[in-house]
Design a protein around this ligand. Structure first.
Ligand code: IPE
Ligand code: IPE
Ligand code: MG
Length: 234
């Protein structure tokens, strides 16, 4: 049987809060474990030959959570960007961030830029982290980009097509995901990659993100290879 192309996996890392509550711990303990699992899964995906991994870490809607939770999440992010994510540098993984950067604190933005710069030549595997990300906002921003190109005379209406439009999205230069995984039993997109997931295979698993393992990822990949796709065969 021909194999399905597998270059890119997208994951909605959900269930940190419920994982913690089910153990009698504060929600933030779940976020902490969740960040560790992200490092593990990034390494595992690279070992399995996955070229691109995109993870939903924080949505534009997540800004509406309690100030306490948002502050803790930003604190964890700060800590991971300064220390733990350096492991990705030594693992040879390129890191990119997508989302509305303006909403993030400036010291975090600076660290994000540094990590992107330090890892930019790692071409074997890319980890794309969606932070302060919302897909509708991304699409609206792309529409504005196209409109201003036309206004400036840099593009004609005839030139608007799927390719030129996709080039205005944060994800330009990265192929669309082949697989979408959402953990924790929820079955919705929560404003994640609406354009890019047009043809992805969806996998919803009950595992809370902090319990997700490389072994479970491997099983999903095996199931994906058994699905019959009309599009995207090698
Ligand atoms: C996902 O876990 C991580 C973030 C959204 C930051 P949640 O925090 O949504 O955990 P649940 O869904 O409440 O269990
Ligand atoms: C989606 O999860 C965003 C992330 C995993 C970062 P949420 O838990 O925030 O989504 P909803 O609110 O349940 O749709
Ligand atoms: Mg959730």
């Amino acid at each position: 049987m021909e194999k399905n192309i597998l270059e890119h996996i997208a994951i909605i890392m959900d269930g940190n809060g419920r994982w913690a509550l089910s153990r009698g711990l504060p929600r933030t303990a779940g976020h902490k474990k969740g960040a560790e699992v992200l490092l593990e899964i990034s390494k595992a995906a690279k070992q399995m030959g996955v070229k691109y991994l995109t993870v939903y870490a924080f949505s534009t809607e997540n800004w509406k959570r309690s100030k306490d939770e948002v502050d803790t999440l930003m604190g964890l992010l700060r800590q991971y960007l300064s220390k733990d994510f350096n492991e990705l540098v030594s693992q040879g993984i390129r890191v990119r961030f997508i989302g509305e950067r303006d909403m993030l604190p400036s010291d975090i933005l600076e660290k994000m830029g540094e990590l992107e710069e330090k890892t930019k030549d790692n071409l074997q595997a890319t980890l794309q982290v969606a932070l302060s990300y919302g897909s509708r906002a991304e699409i609206v921003q792309a529409v504005k980009g196209v409109a201003s190109k036309i206004k400036n005379g840099d593009m004609s209406i005839k030139e608007i097509d799927e390719k030129t439009f996709a080039d205005m999205l944060y994800t330009k230069d990265i192929p669309d995901p082949d697989i979408l995984i959402r953990t924790s039993g929820e079955q919705r997109l929560s404003n994640f990659l609406l354009w890019q997931l047009a043809y992805a295979e969806f996998f919803f698993v009950d595992t809370y993100w902090p319990d997700f393992t490389g072994e479970e990822l491997k099983q999903i990949i095996e199931k994906y290879q058994k699905r019959d796709r009309r599009y995207g065969k090698n």
